[in-house]
Write a protein that binds this ligand. Structure first.
Ligand code: SF4
Length: 359
């Protein structure tokens, strides 16, 4: 499969009719000014130069605002710059992200003209009460209508959803995932809510009216959602905000994250937790007093099986008093996991006997 590169161009809050309670794109992207045509060109050139694999799939992505809510003249100016690179085949596609209520036939025709391939909708939740609570100013009905139009016009559809929004429960989030799967997006981004500086959510948090999810709760719900989407063959392309100089742990003095389940390796923690569950299930079924096992997996998942900082192996050792060796076999499929018992307590008893006899 071809490697994929994204050239991110931030348009912080451009086109947004209001500020959603959890959002401050200037603090998230670290970009205070609005982007110009020259800056789009410079950014594309910078990244093209940086990319090592020249045959990779390259995409320009306008993120961080409501692209189709931007004044049409400016939308076209920004798109034109990227489109020149599509025409000369230096980039393969353009992606934009926007709000569900800012999609109609005319808008889609304009995006088609500039060869936009992918449209990501910020959905966040399909529960209208939760949407109103965080001042999204659109409904689930808008999401359904926009998603159908986007697919009907031949674009790739992406959805972005959040977990841990005010008053949202695990059940609301599973319902959102089920609702979105029915709209057949090609890809999903899952964003656990972080309390970002200078937002309404920060004020609610300070007053004790909002409590973010813990990291453990986040891992559990994101694991469930990732598993659900993958079973439906919907690719989860991101979990959690991208780490930057300012999107770092809240303890860091430069951080724009006031509180919440930020972790620079969130995706790995989720994958590791998934494999821990799998491993746990398999170990429970072992019908011998095992002292050591050998697990064989594909090299691509070996680190996740071992866990972040070897956490899975250590937990298994602590709970089952079991040593675990992980072996890699590139011929294994990503789903295959073989477990072989390499030492039992009986072997150890025999060893001790031999030892005694030799002395
Ligand atoms: S969440 Fe989206 S629509 Fe809301 S303020 Fe942020 S960028 Fe704008």
């Amino acid at each position: 499969m071809k490697k994929q590169y994204i050239i991110p161009i931030f348009v912080p809050h451009l086109g947004c009719p209001n500020e959603c309670t959890f959002c401050n794109q200037r603090n998230i992207s670290g970009q205070m000014k609005n982007v110009t045509q020259e800056e789009v060109k410079e950014t594309i050139e910078y990244y093209l130069d940086l990319f090592k694999d020249k045959n990779a799939y390259k995409e320009v992505a306008f993120f961080g605002g409501s692209f189709t809510g931007i004044e049409v003249e400016l939308q076209e100016k920004l798109l034109k710059v990227a489109y020149e690179y599509v025409k000369t085949k230096q980039i393969d596609g353009i992606r934009i992200s926007t709000r569900p209520d800012y999609i109609d036939r005319q808008t889609l025709k304009r995006l088609k003209k500039y060869k936009v391939k992918t449209i990501e909708l910020g959905v966040q939740s399909t529960n209208d009460y939760i949407l109103a609570k965080c001042k999204r100013n659109h409904t689930y009905q808008d999401v359904k209508k926009a998603s159908r139009l986007i697919r009907f016009h031949g674009f790739q559809l992406g959805h972005q959803m959040m977990v841990g929004l005010p008053e949202s429960t695990r059940l609301d989030e599973l319902n959102t995932a089920r609702d979105l799967a029915k709209l057949k997006p090609k890809m999903i981004r899952i964003y656990p809510v972080l309390v970002i500086r200078d937002t309404q959510l920060e004020r609610e948090y300070e007053k004790g009216e909002f409590e973010p999810l813990s990291l453990e709760q986040t891992i559990e719900i994101c694991k469930e959602l990732t598993y659900f989407f993958e079973k439906k063959r919907i690719k989860v392309i991101r979990v959690g905000l991208q780490s930057t100089d300012t999107i770092v742990r809240p303890e860091n003095k430069n951080s724009q994250v006031v509180a919440g389940p930020y972790h620079e390796n969130l995706r790995q923690l989720i994958c590791a937790s998934y494999y821990y569950d799998l491993l746990n299930e398999k170990i429970k079924k072992i019908n011998t007093k095992a002292k050591e096992i050998e697990i064989t997996v594909n090299p691509q998942i070996a680190n996740d099986v071992i866990g972040y900082k070897r956490e899975n192996i250590e937990k298994i050792k602590e709970i089952y008093n079991l040593d675990v060796q992980v072996k890699q076999n590139p011929k294994f499929s990503l789903k295959k996991m073989d477990i072989k018992i390499t030492k039992t307590y009986k072997d150890f008893a025999d060893d001790d006997e031999t030892y005694v006899k030799k002395r």
